[in-house]
Design a protein around this ligand. Structure first.
Ligand code: AHG
Ligand code: MN
Ligand code: MN
Length: 334
């Protein structure tokens, strides 16, 4: 069978045995995410038609204005995962604290926690530009059958068992890894089925695209300024092209296919950068490394960082290996 005819459902079943200690639980979880993705996709697609555009009139714990679709996507994901009784805990960008599931029931044996950015790229919702969802999955570290604790969520990215994103773009795709490469599935909206359209995705070793919000240039550390000037210099395969959508998922997806680097450095305005370690940077870092790319905070591997807070932020440099390495050299030399 050609890979293009293989559905995500079939792929999950075929690859179930790849997981260590597999009991089918992780497969069921990915299935639940597949379902939630379809539900959110449906909402995102009709966003212009019904009253779900614009602000929800509230701010999340990080002081950001919540869009209605942020709130809706958050509800749909949490509901789908809760209803299937498939995880023991969920943390989300849109929730102040983590959610413990079935914490009263001593018989519940669920081992996995999920961390999500339900709607990434919120500023693009109202203008019909690609947005996404990001997820990260860990095995809990506390005993099964007990309520989850913060410790279960504050694990370094290298402990992830699976991670991925959904991109609601010109077509909707689900891209994920369980530590055996990265595979991308495209939704056929007519029948609501995801097909394996991008098997074994890989970042080109190097590329010609740099993605950064250059409006913040004067606030960037000297190393980042120097690297941006290097990208713009007429020399060898440069200047590079600048492309910045403002949805991490979309910028990452393009760079993985075409070759490029995404940067959200710290600045004199945002001392730890903007992106969140647990549900933005770690899952993207896992995908990047599984796709022969690299993810760093400018100095060290993202997935080595020991988190101390659920919503902590971190500078982020991610993409084609050679480009991230060059950016790191500029950081080290400045
Ligand atoms: P979110 O919509 O989940 O808050 O994330 C937005 C993030 C990321 O997706 C994007 O790359 C970045 O913020 C854009 O930030 P700027 O507008 O500051 O460039
Ligand atoms: Mn985000
Ligand atoms: Mn978000």
């Amino acid at each position: 069978m050609s890979s293009k005819n293989k559905t995500l459902g079939e792929f999950i079943i075929e690859n179930q045995t790849e997981f260590r200690y597999s009991t089918g639980e992780l497969s069921k979880l990915i299935n639940a995410i597949r379902l939630a993705a379809k539900v959110v996709n449906h909402e995102v697609n009709k966003a212009g038609l019904v009253d779900i555009l614009g602000s929800a009139g509230d701010t999340n714990i990080q002081g950001e204005n919540q869009q209605k679709l942020d709130v809706l996507a958050n509800e749909k994901f949490i509901q789908t995962l809760k209803n299937r009784e498939i995880v023991c805990g969920i943390a989300s960008e849109e929730e102040d604290d983590f959610i413990s599931i079935n914490s009263q029931d001593e018989n519940h044996q669920n081992k996995y926690v999920v961390l999500i950015d339900p709607l990434d790229g919120s500023s693009n919702i109202d203008v019909n530009v690609s947005v996404g969802t990001i997820f990260s999955i860990y095995r809990r570290v506390t005993p099964v059958g007990t309520p989850v604790t913060l410790e279960d969520f504050l694990q370094p990215g290298k402990n992830q068992v699976a991670a991925g994103y959904i991109i609601y773009g010109t077509s909707t795709m689900l891209v994920y890894t369980t530590g055996h490469g990265v595979n991308g599935f495209t939704l056929n909206p007519a029948i609501g089925t995801f097909y394996l359209s991008h098997p074994n995705m890989q970042f080109p070793e190097t590329g010609k695209i740099y993605s950064v919000n250059e409006g913040n240039y004067i606030h960037f550390p000297q190393g980042v300024k120097d690297y941006i000037k290097y990208c713009q210099k007429e020399e060898g395969d440069r200047p590079y092209t600048s492309r910045y959508i403002g949805s991490l998922v979309s910028d990452f997806h393009r760079n993985m296919i075409k070759g490029g680097i995404y940067m959200y450095p710290k600045s004199s305005k945002a001392h730890k950068g903007k992106l969140r370690l647990l549900y933005e940077c770690n899952p993207m870092a896992f995908l990047a490394e599984e796709a022969n790319g690299k993810a760093s905070d400018g100095f060290q591997r993202i997935m080595e960082i020991q988190p101390t807070e659920l919503h902590e932020r971190v500078p982020f440099f991610c993409g084609s290996k050679k480009m991230v390495e060059t950016a790191e050299e500029f950081m080290a030399n400045s």
